[in-house]
Structure formats: C-alpha cells, structure tokens
Design a binder for this molecule. Structure first.
Ligand SMILES: [Zn+2]
Length: 67
C-alpha cells in the first residue's frame, strides 16, 4: 500500500530528477552508515578521510539536485 503510493509519486517525477534524488539519498546513507560503524567518526566533530570523501560525494549529489 505504502509502496504503491510511493510508486505513484515517483512516476510523476522526471526520470533525471528521480535518479539524482536517489543519488542524494544513497550518498547520504553511505555517509551515515560509515559514521555509525567507524571508531574515528564516533568522536564528536571529527570526520576521518573516508567520511570526508563520502560527505563530499553527498554534497556533490546535492549540488546536482539543485541544478
Ligand atoms: Zn570514519
């Protein structure tokens, strides 16, 4: 039921926008997944190199989404 509703909403979004939106969600998900597992990133205010890379990918995807 909920999935059907999501499918209808998604169908109204142009394919290009839907793809970029997925990319934003995926890159953010990757960053969050890393952050909860990484010992270095558990320190408040600290991002390790991997986290920084994932974060930059997320920011790039966000910039794409705004264009
Ligand atoms: Zn990390």
């Amino acid at each position: 039921m909920a999935d059907e509703a999501r499918g209808r909403v998604r169908a109204m979004v142009p394919a290009r926008v839907a793809r970029i939106t997925d990319k934003v969600q995926n890159t953010y998900g990757a960053f969050v997944n890393h952050s909860v597992k990484c010992e270095d990133c558990k320190e408040v205010g600290w991002r390790c190199e991997t986290a920084e890379e994932l974060w930059q990918e997320y920011k790039a995807a966000q910039r794409e989404a705004r264009e």
